[in-house]
Ligand binder design. Structure first.
Ligand SMILES: [Zn+2]
Length: 256
């Protein structure tokens, strides 16, 4: 029972981060308030999912609609936390996976809405991954673990920087955002380099398909930017749960 409740509560906090971080506002103060009229949210109207339901998605004071994104993010976080427990049981790995899911879900929503991937999530994420792995119970060579995690993050970032450089030289534009570079570094720190590259590959594939559909529907406007970070973050979540078997299957193709 702990996982879904922790998921709902942290999902509620994630909503605060999603609204405030891209706007460079504090995530601690002031307390939650209506986006329309500024009225503070009463504690009993701040219960994850349930409050949104009994207020029928409207502010108690001014009646302005409250985005369905709030309960969805709360339910999403809770579902991911449950999935982490089902995936790895009562282990330290479950905590690492849950922290990664929390950050990735938040980044996916933030990039989709604002085209921003705040350092408060990506760079802090690299640090969190490092600390969680180094201080995992039963780890004997903490220095080696720290170096490996750091190395994976740096190599992942360097690879995406190379893509950025190629874009600049060949097409004279920024094909990769610096936020994407830090996000891939974070995924590599949490999941290791192979799974980060798997996530990158899936994200590029999905973003390309999305772009083709977009162009076909609106008859070619090449300037439109795609929130690639959202694709990468969702692919990162996918890699947590399905990356290892998918990679094993793929590599198995070359060993027949
Ligand atoms: Zn209001």
């Amino acid at each position: 029972m702990a996982a879904p409740i922790a998921g709902l509560l942290l999902g509620s906090f994630l909503n605060v981060c999603i609204v405030r971080l891209p706007a460079h506002a504090s995530i601690v103060a002031p307390q939650s308030h209506c986006q329309a009229c500024g009225a503070p949210v009463r504690p009993w109207d701040n219960v994850p999912v349930l409050s949104w339901l009994w207020l029928r998605g409207r502010c108690r004071d001014c009646g302005a609609p409250i985005s369905i994104q709030y309960p969805l993010v709360e339910l999403g976080t809770a579902s991911l936390f449950v999935a982490c427990v089902l995936h790895s049981g009562a282990t330290w790995q479950t905590i690492i996976d849950a922290v990664a899911c929390f950050l990735l879900l938040g980044l996916a929503v933030m990039d989709a809405q604002t085209m921003l991937l705040p350092d408060t999530f990506t760079l802090t994420g690299v640090l969190l991954a490092l600390v969680l792995k180094v201080f995992a119970p039963g780890v004997s060579h903490r220095g080696v673990v720290a170096w490996k995690t750091f190395e994976d993050a740096v190599i992942a970032a360097a690879m995406l920087l190379l893509v950025w450089l190629l874009y600049r030289v060949v097409r004279h534009r920024d094909g990769v955002g610096m936020g994407d570079v830090k996000l891939l570094a974070m995924i590599a720190a949490f999941l290791g380099l192979p799974l980060a590259l798997f996530a990158y590959f899936i994200a590029v594939l999905c973003a390309a398909i999305f772009a083709i559909v977009l162009v076909a529907r609106r008859k070619a406007r090449g300037q439109d930017r795609i929130a690639f970070g959202s694709f990468l973050a969702v692919a990162g979540i996918l890699a947590i749960f399905a990356g290892r078997p998918a990679l094993a299957w793929y590599l198995g193709l070359f060993h027949r």
